[in-house]
Ligand binder design. Structure first.
Ligand code: ATR
Length: 275
């Protein structure tokens, strides 16, 4: 039996356990994925634990994605670019860090048939998830990326890494102006996520008149307040479920060296949603 898991704080809400264990079962692999609630001050010991207990690897989530990098033996170029690691592979005690959110986001947009090349994209938020998404947007040749964040300095810091990015604050008038100049909106903040489902980055359907696609990385609820407004406005829209699946599928392949059963993973999440 090979052991894997998720290290984060909190982790109880995570769907990765259900998704990964259903994939191992489908493929007849003797792996088990567990949730490990690790507070900040225990992160270094937890990473050493991966080596000591011989775990095959872990996923890393909030708040450790950047902090964990200093404890690893090797980090991929993509993870360095994203300044975040969400997957660790343990090869005989040597820990390598990857960022599968980057490819997961790219594949999700492809799945939803939205092409960002040559377009202006408004990104809401400047946290860990935003970093991987902005790097992916650049890689997919977005013409311009506008990063809006409550804390302007964080948006400025992120935008400074990318030639075609600019930072704005979340001021309503500033946001409306950017909405009029953009083709798509991507919410990377936790606004609207269960249990605070009435929160929203404030857009009403009429503000989205010029927008063709709205992507929300939140997947619980399946339709956030933002996506309900996008639907009213007649925009294309999607939640973060496919990104969750695709980043998980990449992690699965890194640990097992097998192709991930994506349909099984998707089914396990949809089943969970109906519970
Ligand atoms: P993650 O790694 O999941 O992106 P994070 O690094 O904590 O998580 O980032 C959360 C993002 O949501 C940030 O952009 C945060 O804005 P600040 O940088 O100003 O903190 C944004 N966010 C969270 N709660 C928010 C709220 N109530 N209003 C506006 N933005 C919020």
């Amino acid at each position: 039996m090979e052991s894997l898991g998720l290290i984060g704080h909190p982790v109880e809400h995570s769907l990765s356990k259900i998704m990964q264990n259903s994939a191992f079962k489908e493929m007849g692999l003797d792996y088990e994925y567990k949730l490990f609630n690790i507070p900040r001050e225990k992160l270094a010991i937890a990473v050493e634990g991966i080596r000591l207990f011989g775990l095959r690897g872990v996923n890393v989530t909030v708040p450790h994605k950047t902090e964990v990098m200093q404890y690893l033996d090797e980090i991929t170029e993509t993870a360095t670019l994203c300044e975040a690691v969400n997957t660790i592979v343990n090869d005989n005690g040597k820990l390598k860090g990857y960022n599968t959110d980057f490819d997961g986001f790219k594949e999700a947009l492809h799945f939803h048939n939205f092409n960002v090349a040559g377009r202006t994209i408004l990104v809401l938020g400047a946290g860990g998830a935003a970093r991987a998404i902005v790097a992916a947007l650049k890689d997919m040749k977005a013409a311009k990326i506008i990063i809006a964040n409550r804390t302007l300095e964080k948006a400025e810091q992120l935008a400074s890494h990318f030639q075609n990015a600019k930072a704005i604050n979340m001021d309503v008038a500033v946001l409306k102006e950017s909405l009029n100049a953009s083709h798509a909106v991507i919410n990377t903040t936790t606004l609207g996520m269960y249990p605070n489902i009435n929160n929203s980055p404030i857009f009403k359907a009429e503000d989205l008149a010029n927008i063709s696609f709205v992507y929300d990385i939140v997947y619980n609820p399946a339709k956030t307040t933002l996506l309900l407004e996008a639907e009213k406005a007649g925009c294309g829209f999607a939640n973060g479920m496919e990104m969750l699946i695709r980043q998980g599928a990449k992690s699965f392949s890194l640990w097992t060296e097998c192709q991930a059963p994506i349909d099984t993973m998707r089914k396990s999440l949809l089943l969970e949603e109906t519970k």
